[in-house]
Design a binder for this molecule. Structure first.
Ligand code: NI
Length: 257
């Protein structure tokens, strides 16, 4: 059995509606040490908190995802702040910039991301960052405010990775490292110091090979760890153990709980 900490999941997604309870119940016997369920807007953040109350291993992050910022009203930051007070909330996330789908609201995306970064710093919480086709602007904001946190589902180059490491932040890797054309993610995995690696699913999406195309779940992180171990000349157990410790450290979770 592999011991796994999944630092990025969306178990409130409708893809889990049929069997959520059965699946999550099974995790207590399948080596899942922790899962951070991420919010994407106010409602999903509340759902994330609710789910975290049901399972000891479940933690949550609250925040506005860049694709959902049209729902952010003038009180949104205060609402996020209030939600973040919950004892299972370990981060502000997922927050960031995404210029892949929508490009005409860049200034608004930057404003809402920045406001949440400043809030996280005030609360002394790490952030979980989503950055897609927006690495330069993301780095500018991170360099300016120097939050603690992780670049989740990291899709940048080795050069961008080095910039992130200089800031003291972590790199989240998931299913993408197992994909057939995964040259850049594998280069990143190879160059990344193990003590800055976090493992994640982003489930229900990003299922690793050999589960690609199916619904993702935290136990599939074994395949990701296996691939990273291969390129780093380590054992899967070494990769998992260090990544798990990194998660406990960044998210300030007592490993003995
Ligand atoms: Ni996500």
């Amino acid at each position: 059995m592999d011991f796994i900490f999944d630092t990025h999941a969306h178990y409130n997604d409708k893809a889990f509606n049929e069997d959520r309870t059965k699946l999550l119940d099974s995790f207590t016997e399948s080596g899942i040490l922790g899962v951070i369920n991420c919010g994407t807007d106010i409602e999903e953040s509340k759902n994330s908190i609710a789910l975290s109350k049901e399972y000891d291993f479940m933690y949550c992050a609250v925040g506005f995802h860049p694709e959902e910022i049209h729902k952010a009203n003038e009180n949104y930051l205060e609402e996020i702040r209030e939600l973040s007070c919950h004892k299972k909330c370990v981060a502000i996330g997922e927050i960031g910039l995404d210029y892949y789908w929508v490009k005409d609201n860049k200034e608004e995306q930057k404003r809402i991301f920045t406001e949440q970064v400043i809030l996280a710093n005030k609360l002394n919480l790490p952030i979980i960052v989503h950055s897609r086709d927006a690495h330069n602007d993301t780095l500018d904001i991170l360099k300016k405010y120097k939050p603690k946190g992780v670049l989740h589902c990291f899709s940048g180059s080795v050069e961008v990775m080095k910039e992130v490491l200089k800031l003291g932040m972590y790199i989240g890797l998931g299913g993408a490292v197992t994909f057939k054309n995964a040259r850049v993610p594998l280069d990143v995995a190879k160059e990344l110091p193990l003590e800055r690696l976090l493992l994640e699913t982003d489930c229900p999406y990003m299922s690793p090979v050999p589960m690609r195309g199916k619904r993702n779940q935290s136990t599939y992180i074994s395949f990701v760890a296996e691939k990273i171990a291969e390129v780093k000349n380590l054992t899967k157990e070494e990769v998992l153990a260090t990544a798990n410790n990194n998660a406990f450290k960044l998210f300030n979770i007592d490993a003995n709980l």
